[in-house]
Ligand binder design. Structure first.
Ligand code: NAD
Length: 355
């Protein structure tokens, strides 16, 4: 079985962390006996420099004929002042999300016991490993609803959800919960917003197809507070585009470093996997970035797009072992000794080989 993967390293630390994840991929391919055909493409500032556009036609074609997209990161100060449609963010990242019709953004948030001191939350709150996932609706809601308008005296947006949008994202969340602790917390503002009243009703209907999953609801203001007070209560958080935008950043903040957090964006046919953080221009080119977010994004791709669950779990185990063994890149070293990005890649590969 061969999987076709578009590899888009992008800008800043993207190529450095991508190289480590591809090392890991090679090791699991051999160990678990599957094959990936990797084709590299250009995206972001580097694509603008080489081809005059942050998402060149060639990259679009490559993506559309691939089984999954493995992205590094895009952007940097060099390209900040381009016309908006040519910036890596709008012309590259948002454009590829549109191209692939990505509808769900999945962001795990994990606080490892050994890295508790990285979290701004107190040890009293973190008395166990925090491990939950936010499932954010990505293609509808107030960011896309029509009409929208802006005059000198008035600005307005439309928050709209249709039944089918909610069904699609709710199924993604319940399916994920079935592979985890079978608990979904749906976050809305159903005490005030009509779109949230529909959201809640449809989520409850979808829940009937998943009798093993426990569903509860929280209003978004309460959820923002509960994430700080007791993140241990969550398994899967299911929420709208706007609320998920905010809550998934809050959950990244309580984890300490962006360098540890992977993400997936599901499309109807082709899904995209990338670290939660950006191109980190402040540390790019020095071989000091943390490759774990990219490596855990690889695990998500192997599991979600290719059902290579054993390989994905082995990668996660190896990351756990690397963290337990005390190996740290600068972002998680808390001032202590640190290793290079490439060394962390080697450490994780070795734990996989030894397992
Ligand atoms: P950023 O996520 O790049 O960096 C924020 C902080 O986190 C920095 O101090 C950085 O060094 C650190 N960090 C991030 N990833 C790390 C890693 N793997 N290892 C160690 N430290 C890490 O966010 P920013 O500085 O706001 O943005 C920089 C550029 O990235 C901008 O051009 C922005 O538009 C772009 N960006 C891209 C994406 C993406 O590609 N999906 C997402 C967010 C931001």
């Amino acid at each position: 079985m061969a999987y076709n993967i578009a590899v888009l390293p992008g800008d800043g630390i993207g190529p450095e962390v991508m190289a480590q994840a591809l090392k890991v991929l090679k090791v699991v391919e051999e160990k678990f006996n599957f094959k990936c055909n990797l084709t590299e493409g250009l995206i972001g500032g580097i694509a603008y420099d080489a081809a005059g556009h942050p998402l060149p036609e060639e990259t679009k074609e490559l993506c559309l004929k691939s089984d999954a997209i493995f992205l590094g990161s895009i952007g940097g100060p060099k390209w900040d002042n381009l016309p908006p449609e040519l910036t890596p963010e709008l012309g590259g990242l948002l454009a590829i999300r549109k191209l692939l019709k990505l509808y769900a953004n999945i962001r795990p948030a994990v606080i490892y016991e050994e890295l508790k001191e990285m979290s701004p939350l107190s040890a009293r709150v973190l008395n166990k490993k925090v491990d939950f996932v936010t499932v954010r609706e990505l293609a509808h809601g107030v960011y896309f609803g029509q009409p929208k308008g802006l005059t000198e005296d008035e600005g307005f947006d439309t928050m709209i959800y249709r039944r089918e949008n909610v069904e699609q994202i709710a199924k993604a969340a319940f399916d994920l919960a079935m592979k985890r602790d079978k608990r979904v917390t749906s976050v809305d503002k159903a005490n005030v917003l009509s779109s949230s009243k529909l959201w809640r009703k449809v989520v409850e209907e979808v829940a009937k197809d998943y009798p093993e999953v426990t569903l509860n609801h929280q209003y978004v203001d309460n959820a923002a507070m509960q994430l700080m007070l007791n993140p241990l209560q969550y398994d899967v958080i299911l929420t709208t585009n706007l609320f998920g935008d905010i809550l998934s950043d809050e959950s990244a903040a309580i984890c300490g470093s962006l360098g540890m957090l992977p993400s997936a964006s599901y499309g109807e046919k082709i899904s995209l996997y990338e670290p939660s953080g950006g191109s980190a221009p402040d540390i790019a080119g020095k071989d000091i970035a943390n490759p774990i977010a990219q490596i855990l994004s690889l695990a998500m791709m192997l599991e979600s797009s290719f059902s290579e669950d054993e390989a994905a779990q082995e990668i996660r185990n190896a990351v756990d072992k690397a963290v337990k063994s005390g190996k740290r890149t600068g972002d998680i070293a808390c001032g202590g000794p640190s290793i290079k990005c490439s060394e962390m890649g080697d450490v994780i590969c070795n734990f996989i080989k030894e397992a």
